[in-house]
Design a protein around this ligand. Structure first.
Ligand SMILES: CCCCCCCCCCCCCCCC(=O)SCCNC(=O)CCNC(=O)[C@H](O)C(C)(C)COP(=O)(O)OP(=O)(O)OC[C@H]1O[C@@H](n2cnc3c(N)ncnc32)[C@H](O)[C@@H]1OP(=O)(O)O
Length: 126
């Protein structure tokens, strides 16, 4: 479980403006938080611009409610010549309680790009 090993990349409170017609938080809002978290990890690791090329294996396990604290965790699974595969999990916590529940997980692939938007090689420390 990524959340046991890592500090949250993003921690945010879900707001009324982020709800769907049923009063739960939009899946798209969660995906956006996860994409941002993966983007921060990719930019830091590749030391430059990086963009999302793919998102796979997404699952929504549980709903998120207004006021919940949402924490997004991430871990780089694989580094290629120009790409990074990043596993992301989002967890919710009721703002008055300690119990945490995994709500979503997905695998993102980011590509490091240069100023012209072309894939650039990722330098890795030996
Ligand atoms: C100044 C300060 C600013 C501050 C700011 C604040 C920022 C606060 C952080 C927020 C961060 C948010 C981050 C959001 C990130 C977006 O939302 S970005 C927007 C959405 N994404 C895009 O617009 C990307 C559009 N796609 C492209 O431009 C081109 O496809 C790319 C990415 C340049 C790649 O070009 P390409 O010619 O298709 O690449 P190609 O050479 O074929 O493949 C490159 C690599 O991708 C892999 N790949 C290709 N297709 C796939 C696939 N379907 N699946 C997996 N891997 C694939 C290849 O295997 C290859 O990997 P390596 O073997 O080199 O490791």
């Amino acid at each position: 479980m990524i959340a046991d090993k890592r500090e949250a990349v993003i921690r945010v409170s879900a707001r009324p403006a982020d709800t769907n017609a049923y009063g739960d938080i939009f899946g798209g809002w969660l995906v956006s938080q996860m994409d941002m978290a993966a983007g921060l990890i990719a930019a830091r690791f590749s030391r430059g611009r990086a963009v999302t090329i793919a998102m796979d294996s997404m699952q929504f396990h549980k709903p998120v409610s207004i006021g919940d604290e949402v924490s997004v965790y991430g871990d780089i699974q694989k580094v290629g010549r120009t790409s990074m595969t990043i596993a992301i999990e989002a967890w919710r916590r009721h703002r008055y309680e300690e119990e945490r529940v995994k709500v979503t997980q997905a695998v993102f692939t980011f590509v490091a790009i240069d100023e012209a938007g072309r894939p650039r090689e990722i330098e890795q420390e030996k």
